[in-house]
Design a protein around this ligand. Structure first.
Ligand SMILES: Cc1ncc(COP(=O)(O)O)c(C=O)c1O
Length: 398
């Protein structure tokens, strides 16, 4: 079969494929500890599930408008005003099948062949893949050499070319857990605006921030920032709703209208019942959000401490999201239980095969030598997983 060039070039998502391998092993009855999953281990809160049941019973089972129901777009606009200090009209919101789809459709709207999307690395694996499907050119800016893995204005300046079109910012960041301060964002926005870039601000982890830090929305940094930023968010991480597939983009009206037209051909409006549930998530009681954040904060402390106690593993303290992203470069270039480990991929394969520990290699995130551990799992699994990592390191033969 002769597939298109786009289809041939698309790699499977590294996070999803390792997770699938680990799940297949678990399904065969093997005792695998999985740090690969990028979703809360909590169930969706009951009030949200009940709203979906009511929606079904009331017959909300038909197509909705392509950009989402007006009720949900209004609830999102209210949330953005209240939580983020952003003023958007409901018509400036696109509701999609997850934030992932919102990102893709907006890239389709903004990228022409060869236009560059600037990405501070480490970054989430789907951004470069999506830009390529849209004909764009992902340009990663390596921030792994900085003490806190953050993009600086000077690094951004030096990556600019005349084809630079979009800058992707993701705070809190998957995979590093880094959170940018308002001042850091302001300095980056200044450079972006000077060079007429659009900023795509992926804020899906905004509610998972620890140590009393505050989330700052890029678009809140002034009227020009608002005009040149697309704010992305979704319900997956905040409300443990990964399977419901509701995410959104907020932007100037002309862009959202174009995105709505594309979405009407690509997928139509998102699931009608999930949209009703999303209204309840955003407007109902929010206690569960704080409870989940507290649990994640506790697990973060546990995993960071445990990782740093293992020789050759160095882990910064992530300030947001639910990932630990240790630097494991000292573990490379050695043999463990007969297996040579040269890079993050061979390290994660060796971990899976020798001690049945599933983690995601750093290379697809643009950070060779690092591993990503999701700590969205039970305390006992975290403890068990850390023991296995220590056991593996102890198998070193040279
Ligand atoms: C940084 C980032 N953005 C977006 C998404 C996609 O989220 P959704 O489930 O809303 O499509 C993820 C999911 O892992 C993510 O980590």
């Amino acid at each position: 079969m002769r597939l298109s060039e786009v289809a041939q070039s698309a790699e499977p998502s590294a996070t999803l494929s390792l997770n699938a391998r680990a799940k297949a092993m678990a399904a065969r009855g093997e005792d695998v500890v999985m740090f690969t999953v990028g979703e809360p281990d909590f169930d969706t809160p009951e009030n949200i599930k009940q709203a979906a049941v009511r929606a079904l019973q009331a017959g909300h089972t038909k197509y909705t408008p392509a950009a989402g129901t007006m009720e949900l777009r209004r609830a999102i606009a209210d949330k953005l005003e209240k939580d983020n200090g952003l003023h958007y009209e409901p018509e400036q919101i696109l509701v999609s099948n997850g934030t992932k789809q919102a990102l893709y459709i907006v890239m389709l709207c903004l990228l022409n062949e060869g236009d560059e999307l600037l990405l501070p690395a480490p970054c989430w694996v789907s951004y470069p893949a999506q830009a390529e499907v849209c004909g764009g050119r992902p340009v990663t800016i390596d921030a792994t050499g900085t003490a806190d893995l953050k993009l600086t204005p000077a690094m951004l300046e030096s990556a600019l070319t005349e084809r630079s079109k979009l800058l992707l910012l993701n705070s809190p960041c998957n995979p590093s857990g880094v959170v940018y301060t308002g001042d850091e964002l302001r300095a980056l926005v200044e450079v972006a605006l000077e060079h007429d870039l659009w900023i795509l601000s992926d804020e899906v982890y905004e509610k998972l921030i620890y140590d009393g830090l505050e989330h700052v929305s890029v678009a809140s940094l002034g009227p020009q920032a608002l005009e040149h930023t697309v704010t992305f968010n979704g319900l997956s991480k905040t409300y443990a709703m990964t399977g419901w597939r509701i995410g959104y983009a907020a932007a100037p009206r002309e862009l959202i209208e174009a995105a709505g037209r594309l979405q009407s051909h690509l997928s139509s409006g998102p699931n009608s019942i999930a949209q009703k549930a999303a209204v309840e998530a955003l407007t109902g009681e929010q206690d569960s959000v704080g409870e989940m954040r507290e649990a994640f904060a506790r697990r973060r402390d546990m995993i960071v401490q445990g990782l740093n106690a293992i020789e050759g593993v160095r882990c910064r303290r992530p300030q947001g999201a639910f990932y630990a992203f240790p630097d494991c470069r000292e573990l490379l270039g050695h043999t463990y239980a007969g297996r040579r480990v040269e890079d993050s991929l061979s390290l994660s394969e060796a971990l899976l095969e020798t001690v049945k520990l599933a983690v995601v290699p750093g290379a697809p995130f643009g950070a060779e030598g690092y591993l990503r551990f999701s700590y969205a799992l039970a305390d006992s699994d975290i403890e068990n997983g850390l023991k296995r990592l220590a056991e593996f390191v102890g198998m070193r033969e040279d």
